[in-house]
Design a binder for this molecule. Structure first.
Ligand code: HEC
Ligand code: HEC
Length: 472
């Protein structure tokens, strides 16, 4: 295996297996009576209203967003433009790339973009050099039943390496034609190495550490130690949720202006503030595109009578945290302390930007309109299109909705196969009996514990709620 591919994999693995120290994997199950309120102001008085926020839940307030963007321009930018400005010179990339299969192409790809796999764009940098660069869809696109959806998180916690890419470093090097191209390729790798240096696979902090927060100038030395004790990884949420969420990310820490959070991956390659300003303008459109995405419809028959019964049980048992759906929809934007939801605590306790990286963010270009506010809990996410977003919970530990509702149906270890014929419409999620990396829920950060709210339901109501979730 070439060094190129290994390095690429390492960089793009969305999250962390960092320190070897194991944290205790047992944490209290949901128990609303004995909550550590985490400094929150109680929001609900005891009431019969099933939509009142549960006691201990922390509301995430709405903040103003820049909404003037154009969704069509935003999509065009995501799949064509140069928001990543370091990459593989086209001479080497085109020399080494595998043939593009139709299933890995996307609508709306312009010029050379139409020639490469969906997870890369072909752009021209400031010096006029053509580059193949990774785009957002390395992590934010996925297939269900063989159909590719832009905006569904890649469930494999691995970078998408479709056809139409160049991953063989030796071949790429053979195709490079000028010393400027060789230098560009080397700089690209230097930034990959920097991303890996913290031992945390989500590279934001590791890359930020190399930059002056105000000028964004890159330095080969680092300003802070970007390591965190985070274990496990973060499942990638679907983009269509962003229009409802006041706080982005699993722990709701992405506060203030969403645009600046959406462009924070540019710490990988941005040259200076002037380039960041251009990206900021582009990402107003990208944010509009993300807000415009409608979740796909469940592609199989739904028992509507059963789903209607399930809606009643859902409103009683689930809606206080997850909101209501349909013509009178509501979404409460609640952060639920880990003691209350009981899912794996690693991310809530050790968020990927450690305190130094958070401080860098607040004082940086990205922090002009946005803030990172990590807290010890997880957002109860909107459940629109949830059928298409398995595996579930922030660490992707539960492969089906059936298992979310009924903890007895959560496999302890399962194969992360995610193949074109692995979607299971009955359990709603993935069949996990194929071959693939094993997901071992006994590993630190990967526990499938907690969120036992479905236990309160009768067996029939669980079945009905599952049917209802297919309609969202
Ligand atoms: C290396 C993989 C990777 C790439 C590339 C990437 N993301 Fe993400 N993205 C993630 C992960 C992982 C999360 C979840 C992090 C968390 O919840 O802590 C995330 C979260 C998000 C969220 C928050 C969603 C929510 O519901 O809270 C948005 C918005 C987003 N990404 C947009 C983008 C955009 C736009 C791009 C391209 C400019 C991009 N991402 C590139 C991995 C990636
Ligand atoms: C007390 C608040 C609360 C209640 C009540 C609640 N949930 Fe949740 N739910 C959460 C939180 C918080 C998460 C995120 C947990 C995590 O990521 O670790 C979540 C996650 C989920 C997810 C996974 C979403 C994803 O994309 O990974 C589903 C599905 C879900 N809940 C369904 C339900 C159903 C069905 C019910 C009722 C039986 C319910 N929830 C009741 C708080 C709640």
């Amino acid at each position: 295996m070439s060094g190129s591919r290994a390095t690429t994999l390492y960089f793009f693995l969305p999250l962390a297996v960092a320190a070897a120290c194991a944290s205790s994997s047992s944490s209290p199950q949901a128990d609303t009576a004995s909550l550590d309120r985490d400094g929150s102001v109680p929001t609900a008085s005891p009431s019969a209203d099933p939509l009142a926020p549960p006691e201990g839940a922390i509301p995430i307030p709405k903040e103003s967003q820049r909404t003037s963007g154009d969704p069509a321009r935003g999509y065009r930018a995501v799949v064509n433009e140069g928001y990543v400005s370091l990459g593989i010179p086209w001479s080497g990339f085109s020399f080494a790339m595998t043939p593009l299969e139709a299933r890995d192409s996307l609508p709306g790809r312009e010029g050379k973009n139409a020639l490469v796999g969906y997870s890369n764009n072909v752009v021209t940098n400031r010096d006029g050099m053509e580059l193949a660069v990774p785009n957002c869809l390395v992590c934010h696109a996925s297939r269900v039943n063989g159909k590719l959806f832009v905006g569904i998180g890649n469930p494999a916690h691995l970078p998408a390496i479709p056809s139409g890419l160049a991953t063989n470093q030796a071949l790429v090097s053979m195709g490079l034609t000028t010393s400027a191209e060789v230098a560009e390729y080397q700089e690209y790798f230097a930034h990959f190495v920097a991303a890996n240096s913290a031992g945390v696979l989500f590279p934001f902090g590791a890359l930020a550490a190399h930059r002056d927060p105000q000028t964004l100038a890159w330095s080969s030395s680092t300003r802070f130690d970007a390591r965190t004790n985070l274990q496990g990884w973060v499942d990638i949420p679907p983009w269509w949720r962003t229009k409802k969420k006041n706080g982005l990310y699993a722990n709701g820490m992405g506060r203030g202006d969403h645009v600046e959070h959406m462009m924070n991956m540019s710490v990988f390659s941005v040259a200076d503030v002037a380039e960041a300003e251009q990206l900021d303008a582009m990402f107003v459109d990208v944010a509009a595109y993300l807000r415009s995405i409608e979740p796909p419809k469940f592609p199989y028959a739904i028992d509507l009578a059963l789903a209607a019964k399930g809606e009643k049980a859902f409103v009683k048992t689930c809606a206080s945290c997850h909101g209501t759906y349909g013509s009178n929809e509501s979404y409460p934007n609640l952060l639920i302390p880990i003691e209350m939801v009981g899912t794996d605590p690693s991310l809530a306790e050790n968020p990927w930007p450690n305190p130094d990286a958070v401080a860098w963010f607040q004082s940086s270009y990205y922090g002009k309109r946005a803030r990172l506010e990590p807290s010890r809990g997880y957002v109860a996410p909107p459940l629109d299109g949830v059928w298409a977003t398995a595996p579930f919970f922030h660490n992707g530990s539960v492969p089906t909705l059936e298992g979310v509702i009924d903890p007895a149906k959560r496999p302890r270890t399962w194969a992360m196969t995610f193949g074109d014929s692995d979607f299971n419409p009955d359990a709603v999620g993935w069949n996990t009996t194929g071959s693939g990396l094993s997901y071992d829920t006994s590993q630190p950060g990967l526990s499938n514990q907690g969120h036992t709210f479905g236990v309160a339901l009768s067996v029939d109501d669980r079945r009905a709620v599952l049917e209802y979730l297919k309609t969202l």
